[in-house]
Design a protein around this ligand. Sequence first.
Ligand SMILES: *Cc1c(COP(=O)(O)O)cnc(C)c1O
Length: 401
Amino acid sequence: MTLSNGRQYLAIPGPSVMPDAVLQAMHQAAPNIYEGALPEMVATLIPDLRYVARTSGQVAIYIANGHGVWEAALANTVAPGEKVLVPACGRFAYGWADMAEGMGIEADILDHGIKTPIDPERVRAALAADKNHEIKAVLAVHVDTSSSVRSEIAPLRAVLDELGHPALLMADCIASLGCDRFEMDAWGVDVMITGSQKGLMTPPGLGFVFFNDRADAVRKSMPRVSRYWDWSPRANPEVFYQYFDGTAPTHHLFGLRAALDMIKSEGIEAIWQRHESLARAIWAACDVWADGGPLTLNIADPVNRSHAVTAARLGAPNGSRLREWTDKNGGVTLGIGLGMSEPDDPNGTGFFRFGHMGHVNAHMILGMLGVVEAGLGALEIPHGQGGVSAAASVISQSVQT
Ligand SMILES: *Cc1c(COP(=O)(O)O)cnc(C)c1O
């Protein structure tokens, strides 16, 4: 007997749930890529992408996942043999650093472990020691999806400015854009990257690089930028095919148009508030379960927690057992404990993650938490009673205020 039939909730931190409106927008015949509705529609995406990123800067779109835009951002701004600084709070910072190294760029990593956000003072010390300005960019992951830590980005700008250091400030917002507050221009970010499959609610396959004039000036001073990654023609196409340097990703673009319509109609501030309230509901349930059992959240201080993903520890092998139970019996697929391991648990089977990004609402979150609570009970994992009620109270209060 299973209770998982019905609509599944893919509660992993990307790809996220796709709205029916996005799926329906994609369900159409192949369009003409030379003229007509598609090229006209693509032009409308640009101002809406800027709206989501809170920037008046430029944006280049790639047929790529997040790894692709890690490379794209660097290909336009940092030459082989040059150096970047990577404050790391989880697996994704290491991934970006590894991408840089694969391009012949030296990556200086500031390891912060997996439980705390980027410390601007450590970044200050590293930049202050770089008297010859060999560091060309600081690569900061806004929300590291593995640890679920969220770092403050604006203080990094302040450090660069106070030191008069010319390095570009780059932010990976693949997990955070459209979920956690992010203000590209106000926070002084020079290059921001994101992907389609998380807060933007569209299938994996589109990557975005936003950049400001400072970053574009660096691009123009580069001795060479590989043709395909070059952001200039993509951001300023003279003919339609230059947007994508070839055939447009037609159906992804239809989906993205529908997703951006949803985002605009809700409003980005309201979207940030929704994610915050739903995240607080999850944490409230976890706090109750933690009281009397092994569950702990990876990030202790709520101020440093992402509103899009929450990493939790149950102890090996109960993270994996819980995921299997909720998937099989409740129609809820939780995320694996990515990049989390302990000496006695090398594969991270003690961890799991709640994905709560994009197209999520109160009933989905309460349903997810209810299934998790059922799983904790069924698996006889000790936990405090009343987690779902605590989450429901947070939701009641959020809606009243
Ligand atoms: C998902 C994610 C990535 C990687 O994206 P892919 O599309 O899997 O290549 C990179 N950085 C962060 C913060 C992410 O959440």
